[in-house]
Design a protein around this ligand. Structure first.
Ligand code: NI
Length: 307
């Protein structure tokens, strides 16, 4: 079983340590004020004041430079935010495994990023398998995928390595966190052909609404980050407003792409709340609604409740 249970109250939603303290103080207050059996109405108030847990499905908090990492992780935890950290290279799979062990409410993916495809070997797969078997906070494979933006000279190597990692995720029965830049159709094509049983997440989704719908038809989840808060991000806003909430996930991709009002500065995991708020505003629903559904989605994918 994954060690998330201390934060979970069955049927009541999610609470972090601070909420639990607040909740008990509030209950004592209600008890004192309502000696004549009016405590039931107090329970309704308690349920509505609880903050749902936000799940940040993609953060490179291990790469923060201007921000103190311990502080950033404490900030996120105090805000009831759970963070998932991907790896990028054949070496940093070990760093990510150590990093997620160090902090509460932090989980990880192991995988090799497309830019690093040339360094990928069979040893990398063995290392990934070793880490998955020895660290139960590794809950997926990522970030993996295709990136034709920087260098188109080794697209075929990228594809080979992406396929190998999809098949590995299938074998391990773990979800996939997918990076796709200037490569949308190839990415979807390879997922269609090779992915048998892993749930895929398109991280930092940058495609059109039509492409998002194509992905959703294949059961792929759409993860959105700080870009939805940018004034000129027409496509991202259209996706955020129109895709079914059941296929939406939240992320920061920090230290990059800080949301408004921190645009241009270093991003951090806690800022996922600005992403949730922006999506809620675009859809004309409450932020609690966005938080509740995206958390449910992430739980379904990562099997946080599974034994
Ligand atoms: Ni990333």
């Amino acid at each position: 079983m994954l060690p998330i249970s201390p934060f979970r109250f069955s049927n009541l939603g999610y609470m972090c340590a601070i909420d639990i303290v607040k909740l008990f103080s509030f209950m004592i207050l209600l008890y004192k004020k309502n000696e004549n059996g009016a405590r039931n109405s107090g329970c309704v108030i308690i349920i509505t004041m609880m903050k749902p847990y936000l799940i940040n499905t993609h953060s490179h908090a291990n790469m923060l430079k201007d921000t103190n990492i311990d502080e950033a992780m404490t900030n996120a935890s105090n805000e009831c935010i759970l963070t998932v950290i991907p790896s990028s290279t054949c070496e940093d799979i070990f760093e990510v495994s150590d990093f997620i062990t160090k902090y509460d409410n932090v989980y990880g993916y192991v995988g090799v990023y497309p830019e690093e495809a040339k360094n990928f070997t069979d040893k990398t797969l063995n290392d990934m398998e070793f880490l998955i078997k020895n660290n139960n906070k590794i809950i997926g494979i990522g970030e993996i995928g295709l990136d034709y933006y920087w260098d188109k000279s080794f697209n075929e190597v990228q594809k080979e390595v992406f396929i190998k990692q999809i098949e590995f995720a299938n074998q391990m029965n773990l979800p996939i966190n997918v990076h796709s830049r200037e490569s949308h159709f190839d990415t979807l094509d390879l997922l269609r052909k090779y992915n048998k049983n892993s749930i895929a997440i398109m991280h930092c989704f940058s495609g059109s609404l039509e492409f998002a719908k194509e992905c959703i038809k294949e059961g792929i989840y759409i993860s959105l980050g700080g870009v939805v808060t940018f004034k000129n991000a027409v496509k991202a806003k259209e996706v955020a407003s129109n895709i079914p909430l059941e296929y939406l996930l939240l992320e920061t991709d920090d230290p990059y792409l800080a949301p408004v009002p921190f645009r241009g500065k270093e991003n951090q995991p806690m800022y996922v709340k600005y992403v949730a708020q922006a999506i809620a505003d675009l859809r004309g629903i409450s932020v609690d609604n966005v938080a509740e559904q995206t958390t449910k989605n992430a739980e379904r994918i990562f099997k946080f409740n599974a034994k």
